[in-house]
Design a protein around this ligand. Structure first.
Ligand SMILES: [Zn+2]
Length: 976
């Protein structure tokens, strides 16, 4: 009985409330339909239920229509701690209504499976499918309401925390369905209300999560759109300025929505992102930003091992800077759920990966899944290149990221030409279409898949302009091209491509290449062809492209832009302006590839991950293997093997490296140099004279044998590094005169040209001594490094020579007479040249900033050594013969042979004496020689058969010995 009374009361109350609502409605909104809300259904549905709110309870309920209509409407109802929302269906993202629980006073069960929510102004009536279900709803709601009442938070009808976080509010006109709505931006959401009054009553339509939204200009001045993955909202406002304001504030809201959580929290809001895409481990903190999957630490490790060109792994927590708003959105929109619809569409249960998989299983599964594409869902256009490219160009202009991911990984060319000159690549087209998330996905995939020997982060490098171009060639371009051979082309560098068109407006590409296919850029010296500035590009497949322009800065900018695109960033950062750059097969490089940059004599090399700078002039040896074409450069840092390559770029590298490694017919600074930076020719001659000629009477004054001097000079000029000789081969006078001839004939001379030479000569005329010394110092510091160092070494040597003038008779005056005309390359009529040399010797310490005591110590030492040597030599010269120890076939005690060697014994004679002594008969086809063996350097030299043994024997150092063995080289020749 009591129950019935209560029911009656409730029914009465319900009628009253409904009446009250009806009264409100009459005054405010004219309903177009019997619905109590506007219809904003999705055009695209999410493929999983996105739990953006912590849902407490959800289920189907029937709801009374407004105005007391009789027909119940079936609604999907969700309850969280703040709102009760109802939707047209389970799949809908945007609610038809959201009621703030802050505005609800109580919830009551009424008869017939029904319950009601009572607020100050409204009552909402729902009917459940069963009593149990109804009781559950009421119970949940009561619990929430009592929690809210007990909390100390300020009571607010719509927002839990009052209106402090409202950034902007006002009326907007929505198009489709066309209706005026009250709109409010709060924190990271946009709330829609039917009216301002309803906002105060605590009843809204829906809220839009702005993390996935995109604000764009509309078709007319007063309209704009808000695109979400599920539908597009179009709005019109009263004025253009109002539109600008809304767009600005909505964009702020978008970025606020992405930044208010950490990257993890943002990305994990999508439930499928909370499990590793490969093994389903919980809360994956890593991501492959090109494959668009979230990964646990173990799977991330395997991904990393596949290489950056397959999977670019980044941490959600550590690599903060990578996570731009757009990249986060790629993972919200695509994420594991959708990406796996593509990557893992066909994983047989037997091949799926579990949380506890071992590393081998992981490697197998992940390689099959991403690298081999074993489980992927092949795009319907797979295999039709043109159609794929077309589909890609179309896809990037719309929101469907999965389509783009699928196209990219089924063969569509990310660099294909869109046919639109202003937006030639899919990337530029995506940007133009306002699809920033598509653009982000494309950028992360720009360098994937194509093989790049050295990984570099993708960045957009673009450059465009007119250049002149000749027809490409399969051979090095050796002839001179006139302007008539060139045609004008509009060239574009960007999005991983270098392309050229007939003109700026042209849609059809005349040609081009992927940047990853450019293996070499070579800059020609100005004026080589009809256009003043030209450069060549060499492609992977072995073609040469010649480009030119008359404008120096245009050429420079192009070279710089191409260098930036082609070179690994580490090398580009240090290379500056270069003459030639690119990659070569190189034994010491990473994966057999080294990156090289040549500017002048400086060769910068990137091997593995360190950059080395080699001064080509200072190479220890440079060997060209004629048969294979390989090149071996030995420098202080070790050897560098450049493997032969038949393509045209390699010939160019060979030529350049040879030219830049120093040449005998060039000025001092372009000669082959020692580590100290002194020409090798000068160093070897000075060394020889120092060791053997300082005590020689009239050294530098006496002439050598002209034919010897000419021969030695030619050898130096040809390849100074390879020149060695023994003391007996050339007299000290031969060597001294070779040095003089070199200095007299070297291009530009020691003083670097006529003009500079004249300055030195003029300085000699200065009266004041200290002023003169000062002037010499200035002139010295103005000399190029190589010239200055050479002058220092030479004058130091002459100081030594004059110190021993008691023996050699070469006083400062005599040295001045000899070296003046030599160094100044004059005929000797003007004595000023001699005066300069004399003064340089006299004032060596002050001009070259050397301490007097150091010099004195050096001179004493030299003199001691030489005098000791002299006494030994006089001894060794007196006897007509001496006993020498040589080895036969190998250096072993048992192989030692003592042999009487007369002063005039030749190597040939000694070999036959030793063989005879040992009872060895030389067979017809055999040939034995004597070798000088340097143990430390593991080198051997065959003695010329006429070379006299004794002088050599005395000059051998302790780690050298003589060895007699079969000469297989000669034997080989004789057999042929
Ligand atoms: Zn995993």
């Amino acid at each position: 009985m009591a129950l019935k009374q209560e029911d009656l009361l409730r029914d009465m109350q319900k009628c009253f409330n409904n009446l009250k609502v009806e009264e409100d409605k009459k005054e405010t909104v004219i309903q177009r339909e019997r619905e109590d809300s506007i219809d904003i259904r999705c055009t695209e549905f999410p493929d999983f239920s996105e739990e953006f709110h912590q849902i407490i309870k959800a289920g189907w309920l029937e709801k009374t229509p407004p105005k007391g209509g009789k027909i119940y409407q079936r609604r999907w109802v969700q309850l969280d701690s703040e709102y009760m929302r109802y939707f047209q269906s389970v799949k809908e993202v945007y609610s038809k209504r959201m009621v703030s629980l802050g505005s609800v006073d109580k919830v009551v069960s009424v008869g017939d499976l029904r319950f009601e929510l009572h607020s100050q102004s409204r009552t909402f009536l729902f009917r459940a499918e069963s009593t149990q279900e109804r009781n559950d709803w009421v119970c949940c709601l009561e619990k929430i309401l009592s929690d809210r009442k007990n909390s100390l938070e300020p009571r607010n009808l719509f927002f839990k925390n009052g209106s402090v976080n409202i950034h902007f509010e006002g009326y907007l006109e929505m198009l489709s369905p066309r209706t005026k709505i009250y709109t409010l931006i709060s924190r990271d959401k946009l709330f829609l209300f039917k009216s301002h009054e309803e906002y105060f009553q605590g009843v809204g339509i829906t809220d839009i999560d702005m993390r996935m939204a995109n604000v764009r200009d509309g078709e007319n001045k007063r309209s704009f759109t808000l695109t979400t993955p599920y539908r597009t909202f179009s709005f019109v406002v009263n004025s253009e300025s109002e539109k600008v304001k809304w767009c600005e504030l909505l964009n702020e809201c978008v970025s606020r929505s992405l930044s208010c959580d950490g990257v993890c929290e943002s990305i994990w809001r999508v439930p499928t992102n909370r499990l590793c895409a490969d093994c389903s481990s919980a809360m994956p903190e890593w991501a492959s930003i090109n494959l668009c999957v979230l990964l646990c630490e173990k799977c991330a490790g395997v991904h990393r091992s596949l290489g950056q060109n397959v999977s670019k792994v980044r941490s959600l927590k550590l690599d903060e800077r990578v996570w731009t708003d757009d990249l986060i959105r790629v993972f919200l929109l695509l994420g594991n759920g959708k990406a796996n619809q593509f990557w893992g569409a066909n994983i047989p249960p037997s091949e799926s990966l579990c949380v506890n998989a071992n590393s081998e299983q992981r490697l197998q599964h992940i390689t099959a899944k991403y690298k081999d594409g074993k489980y992927r869902k092949y795009h319907i256009l797979f295999g039709q290149q043109e159609a794929l490219n077309k589909a890609l160009c179309s896809a990037v202009q719309f929101a469907d990221l999965l389509e783009t991911l699928s196209l990219l990984n089924c063969g569509a060319d990310i660099n294909c030409h869109t046919g639109i000159p202003q937006f030639p690549s899919p990337l530029s087209l995506a940007k133009h279409s306002g699809q920033t998330v598509q653009a982000e996905l494309l950028m992360q995939n720009l360098n994937s898949e194509t093989f790049t020997p050295v990984v570099k982060d993708v960045s957009i490098r673009s450059h465009s302009g007119y250049l002149f171009k000749t027809a490409s060639s399969a051979r090095p371009i050796t002839d001179n091209k006139t302007k008539a051979d060139f045609s004008q082309r509009w060239c574009c560098l960007g999005d991983g491509m270098f392309s050229y068109f007939k003109n700026e407006q042209s849609h059809n590409k005349c040609g081009g290449m992927k940047i990853s296919e450019i293996i070499c850029l070579s800059v020609n010296s100005p004026g080589k062809h009809g256009y003043e500035h030209t450069f060549e590009l060499y492609s992977e497949e072995g073609r040469v492209y010649l480009f030119g322009t008359d404008d120096g800065s245009t050429a420079k900018n192009w070279i710089r832009a191409i260098a930036m695109a082609v070179l690994p960033p580490a090398l580009f950062d240090v290379c500056g302006n270069c003459d030639r750059l690119g990659r070569l097969r190189c034994t010491e490089g990473s994966n057999g590839i080294g990156w090289f940059c040549l500017s002048g004599f400086k060769l910068q090399v990137l091997l593995k991950d360190n950059i080395q700078t080699i001064d080509l002039r200072k190479l220890l040896t440079l060997t060209l293997c004629d048969s294979s074409g390989s090149m071996v450069l030995v420098w202080r840092g070790g050897p560098l093997h450049l493997l032969a390559d038949r393509r045209p770029h390699f010939v160019g590298w060979q030529t350049y490296i040879q030219q830049k490694s120093g040449a005998g017919d060039q000025p001092l600074s372009q000669q082959q140099l020692t580590d100290l930076g002194v020409p090798v020719t000068i160093d070897r001659c000075l060394d020889h004279v120092t060791r053997h000629g300082l005590l020689s009477l009239g050294i530098y004054r006496k002439s050598g044998i002209n034919s010897h001097v000419t021969k030695l000079q030619e050898r130096f000029q040809n390849d100074a590094r390879s020149v060695t000789w023994c003391e007996s081969e050339y007299s000290v006078d031969d060597v001294a005169n070779t040095l003089k001839r070199f200095l007299r004939e070297v291009k530009d001379g020691l003083f670097n040209g006529q003009e500079n030479s004249d300055s030195w000569l003029r300085a000699a005329g200065l009266e004041d001594r200290s002023e003169k010394i000062h002037r010499y110092q200035i002139l010295l510091s103005n000399l190029p490094d190589v010239n200055r160092e050479t002058l220092r070494v030479l004058i130091h040597h002459l100081v030594c020579v004059q110190y021993l003038s008691d023996e050699n008779q070469m006083t400062i005056r005599n040295l001045g007479i000899v070296f003046g005309p030599t160094l100044f390359q004059t005929d000797g009529t003007d004595v000023t040249a001699s005066q300069v040399v004399e003064e340089l010797i006299q004032n060596y310490c002050s001009i070259f900033n050397v301490s007097e005591s150091d010099l004195q110590r050096q001179l004493n030492m030299t003199s001691d050594v030489l005098n000791k040597h002299k006494s030994q030599r006089t001894l060794s010269r007196t006897p007509s013969s001496t006993i020498c120890a040589v080895y036969l076939e190998k250096k072993e005690e048992s192989a030692g042979v003592l042999v009487q060697v007369p002063a005039d014994m030749t190597a040939f004679k000694m070999v036959s004496v030793v063989l005879e002594q040992k009872g060895i008969q030389q067979a017809n086809e055999e040939f034995w020689s004597c070798y000088e063996i340097l143990e430390k350097e593991e080198m051997e030299r065959t003695l010329h058969y006429q070379e006299r043994v004794l002088p050599l024997y005395f000059s051998l150092s302790c780690d050298c010995h003589l060895l007699i063995k079969r000469n297989h080289y000669i034997i080989g020749i004789m057999r042929e």
